[in-house]
Design a protein around this ligand. Structure first.
Ligand code: CP
Length: 310
């Protein structure tokens, strides 16, 4: 495939190829080789219309570790503020020689549209409330490292599912890899149409907790929230927050994840986020490795293409 737009496009073999390639790349880095020459002469453009810390910086680090040239574009301070369209912005960047465009945009589907306009590869770095495929890949990579094969593993994804692109990408990827996924949220923070989501749904965190190998907490996305369907912060934390008492009721060996950024004290207590069961810092580290694998597979041309249907 030329692009990585959605985890729903990935077969099991595609997903395993990315995860296994990331594992190999991390072993190379582990031998103190800071930089590989693989993408020398290639240009990766980071095109960010929404704020980001982890994703933008880790794509930049990943591209640089593969010796690619990196152009960082932020909508703030660009000609977007003068009304330039996504298409004209993309064509301008292509004219500067982009081999890959990593795009984050507030509109669901923006990366798919971009893929029709540019010659290079497009990587979805988060589009609206739709998908965030590299986040799901780094999450699966982290789970595999901690727990081994994901076949039959029970993953609970808890919180603001309605606004979460991370949840949708994880549901598709984790079920493709054989995990059993349960979404846990108040009814007002679940999408109305869940028919196509291959997972269970629960409103009862305490019932799901003792059966979870992984508890992935989602950020409450206040910036996308309509106050009418959000319970009070106190009520939300009481019913859906992961605090030390709930942590103590998780099975032995179960792990706590969060894609970041976190609302400490809201969906996750600070003591839990900083506990030995938390993989939150590891997730950030693994994000660089997984994004190296994605760029490598899309741009190097030396491995089988991923996602044959694109
Ligand atoms: N997890 C994630 O996408 O974080 P950023 O918004 O900081 O990139």
């Amino acid at each position: 495939m030329r692009h990585l737009l959605s985890t729903a496009d990935l077969s099991r073999d595609d997903a395993l190829l990315i995860l296994d390639t990331a594992e190999q790349l991390s072993q190379v880095s582990g031998r103190s080789i800071k930089k590989l020459p693989t993408l020398r002469g290639r240009t990766v453009v980071n095109l960010f219309f929404e704020d980001s810390t982890r994703t933008r910086i880790s794509f930049e680090a990943a591209a640089k570790r593969l010796s690619a040239d990196v152009i960082n574009f932020s909508a703030k301070g660009s000609s977007v503020s003068k009304g330039e369209s996504l298409k004209d912005t993309a064509l301008t960047l292509q004219a500067m020689g982009a081999d890959a465009v990593v795009v984050r945009h507030g509109a669901s589907g923006a990366p798919h549209r971009l893929a029709n306009w540019v010659d290079g590869s497009v990587v979805n770095a988060g589009d609206g409330t739709h998908e965030h495929p590299t986040q799901a890949l780094l999450d699966a990579f982290t789970m595999r490292r901690r727990l081994g094969d994901l076949e039959g593993r029970r993953v609970s994804i808890v919180g603001d599912v309605l606004h979460s692109r991370v949840a949708r990408s994880n549901v598709h990827l984790l079920t493709t890899l054989g995990a059993e996924v349960t979404l846990v949220a108040p009814p007002t923070l679940l999408p109305v149409a869940m028919g196509e989501w291959p997972c269970e749904v629960s409103y009862d965190f305490d019932a799901v907790l003792p059966k979870s190998d992984v508890v992935m907490m989602l950020r409450v996305q206040h910036e996308r929230m309509n106050a009418s369907y959000f319970p009070s912060a106190r009520e939300y934390s009481r019913r859906y927050g992961l605090d030390p008492e709930r942590l103590g009721r998780m099975p032995d060996g179960a792990i706590v994840m969060h894609p970041g950024p976190m609302n400490r004290g809201m969906e996750i207590a600070a003591e839990v986020a900083d506990s030995g069961r938390s993989t939150i810092v590891e997730q950030v580290t693994n994000g660089v490795t997984v994004r190296m694998a994605v760029l490598y597979l899309l741009l190097s041309g030396s491995e089988p293409a991923i996602g044959g249907n694109q």
